[in-house]
Design a protein around this ligand. Structure first.
Ligand SMILES: [Zn+2]
Length: 308
């Protein structure tokens, strides 16, 4: 069973004018699914709002208090060079996290096997004690922490193919040895992470500027998939960022929609071998609206095995 989770409140977050992380990102993905005549085939639900206690599964209390204190009554307040808050930002973030928690509940109860969370703000740059890189709370990491705590999972893989390194998820992997974090990303762009994989439960795969789909596929095929199979995940969470697309303005990679279809099929295969097919995919980046909507559509087609 497949499940698509979203919430209209995720659109309430706004980074202000001329910012690439906009609410239309979510609606363009959904519109693309509708116009491709896929949406009617996908069961859907609205996400709940994560509670304070749930946000704190992966974050310092001071971080949540800081967001609450800085939340403006009107207008836009920026908390760093690229991350801003509007009055609806905390509610938006609660629903983004809540979608992943609902997804964990759904795969655990048998309501779903594969879930796509069409949510924002994104999460993988959010650190334990501060927001950064358009991210307020780490949606995927909180989902993993919730699955460990509520359902007693022992091994969860987080797979991140966003073109920026998920530094916040790396921090989480350093605190949580039951996670295996595999990530490909373009070297020497934001957030300028170290390329070295220096802990056993993390695999970083830096990619060269202007790398193409073959380069991308090679590192996943030769490095990540064997490591994931050795780890034997009981659940796979995907940080699904589509900003490696050749048309995306935020990086220099040359990926195409078909590369996202390919990697999703490969992740599905690993989930079937070890995780009873359970995969939860959560939207991260992707800033060219047309490339984002087409890439996400191919990802969702492969994830949900929609051969229409
Ligand atoms: Zn990104």
């Amino acid at each position: 069973m497949n499940l698509y989770i979203t919430h209209s409140s995720c659109r309430l977050h706004d980074n202000g004018p001329d910012h690439p992380e906009i609410a239309q990102r979510m609606s363009r993905i959904q519109d693309q699914l509708i116009s491709s005549q896929l949406f009617d085939w996908i069961p859907q639900m609205e996400s709940r709002a994560a509670s304070d206690a749930e946000l704190l599964l992966c974050h310092a209390a001071s971080h949540l208090e800081n967001i609450k204190a800085k939340l403006p009554k009107e207008g836009v307040v920026c908390i760093d060079d690229e991350t801003c808050l509007t009055p609806g930002s905390l509610l938006a973030a609660r629903h983004a996290v809540g979608a992943v928690l609902d997804a964990v509940d759904a795969v655990e109860s048998g309501k779903a096997q594969k879930v796509f969370c069409n949510v924002r703000p994104p999460g993988h740059h959010a650190e334990y004690d501060h927001a950064m890189g358009f991210c307020l709370f780490n949606n995927v990491a909180i989902g993993a922490a919730y699955a460990f705590e509520k359902y007693g999972y022992e091994r969860i893989a987080i797979v991140d193919f966003d073109i920026h390194h998920g530094n916040g998820t790396e921090s989480y992997a350093r605190r949580e040895p039951r996670v295996f974090f595999a990530s490909s990303f373009e070297s020497d762009i934001y957030p300028f992470s170290e390329a070295k994989s220096d802990i056993p439960n993390m695999l970083k795969m830096p990619l060269p500027k202007y790398g193409d789909g073959e380069r991308f596929r090679t590192v996943w095929r030769e490095l990540a998939f064997p490591a994931l199979r050795a780890f034997k995940p009981q659940l796979i969470l995907i940080s699904a960022g589509f900003d490696g697309h050749t048309l995306d303005p935020m990086a220099n990679m040359r990926l195409h929609e078909k590369d996202y279809f390919w990697i999703t099929e490969e992740i599905n295969a690993i989930a079937k071998e070890f995780a009873s097919g359970k995969v939860i995919s959560v939207l991260e980046g992707g800033y060219d609206l047309e490339a984002l909507s087409l890439s996400a559509r191919e990802h969702i087609k492969a994830l949900f095995e929609l051969h229409l």
